[in-house]
Design a protein around this ligand. Structure first.
Ligand code: OAD
Length: 262
């Protein structure tokens, strides 16, 4: 995973409905295969912090080099473990929002669908999405830092990082850190969807982190439709077919709840 740049962005929460062009409704309703790429912004209205929003973003308050790299874990596993444990608790305390639920409804309505998420919070699954791939892992899961085995149950003393019962190595969150590769099966499925879909919705992502940020261009190059849903401008905004400038918890229900006409 690598990043295009780290500009701070100003975020505004637009709770008002946006104007959705009729053409877009028609294209969506005609589409055989719809894919959606989501980022931290879709969970913002649930109360989960994004990464790059100025002031409120996690990377405005914490240094990713000290928390989200293999080197950071090697230097200070306890600090990294505790930070993810804190985030895991925060995520467990919130609920999916109207944006997550609208994507569940969209999955039900179209004949082929894939939700590609960069989020590790599991809120899409809790809302009811089933056809999805997680590009950056899931914070609820833990794996052995040496063998990569997923560990279902672990226990540890308060002041220690738990260890793998098999090999004794530290356990770590099953998320993708900077400098690490994405899970291959997830990336292959995401690229295949981006290449084959008729419409790609790009929701709540700053489009700064690759390879996820490259997926919309796979769709665009084929002449299929790319739609950005984001209250703020991103590097993608000038290269997509439609930009819906609003909060996903407002815009997605608007987009999906309209009568499905062909
Ligand atoms: P970012 O924090 O980079 O971007 C969040 C985006 O959500 C911004 O473009 C905001 O404008 C937008 N946004 C904010 N509120 C919104 C709302 N209510 N509705 C819709 N959009 C809203 O998050 P990501 O693009 O997801 O990696 O970041 C990509 C990756 O970088 C993350 O997966 C994470 C991080 O390092 C890992 O944790 C592995």
């Amino acid at each position: 995973m690598h990043v295009r740049g780290l500009p701070a962005r100003c975020s505004m929460n637009q709770a008002t409905a946006v104007v959705i062009p009729r053409d877009l409704y028609h294209a969506l309703h005609r589409a055989r295969f719809v894919a959606a790429l989501t980022g931290a912004g879709i969970s913002a209205e649930s109360g989960v912090a994004t990464f790059r929003d100025a002031q409120t973003g996690l990377w405005a308050r914490f240094d990713p080099r000290e928390l989200a790299t293999p080197g950071a874990f090697a230097r200070n596993p306890k600090r990294v473990w505790d930070w993810y444990a804190w985030r895991r608790e925060r995520v467990a305390a919130v609920e999916p929002n109207a944006g997550h639920r609208a994507l569940v409804e969209l999955e039900r309505r179209v004949s082929e669908f894939l939700l590609i998420t960069q989020n590790v919070d599991g809120l899409h699954q809790r809302a009811g999405s089933r056809k999805l791939v997680e590009l950056h892992g899931n914070i609820a899961r833990v794996k052995c830092s040496r063998e990569g085995t997923i560990i279902e149950h672990w226990s540890a003393e308060e002041d220690e990082v738990p260890r793998c019962a098999n090999c004794g190595a530290f356990l770590r969150p099953d998320v993708v850190w900077f400098e690490e590769m994405l899970p291959e099966h997830a990336l292959v499925a995401a690229e295949d969807a981006a290449r084959r879909c008729d419409v790609l919705l790009v929701i709540g992502t700053s489009a700064e982190v690759y390879p996820a940020a490259g997926l919309p261009m796979l769709t665009h190059r084929r002449g299929a439709l790319v739609v950005e849903i984001n209250p703020n401008e991103t590097p993608l905004s000038s290269r997509v077919d439609y930009v819906l400038r609003g909060a996903s918890g407002v815009v997605l229900p608007q987009l999906v709840s309209a009568p499905w006409t062909l």
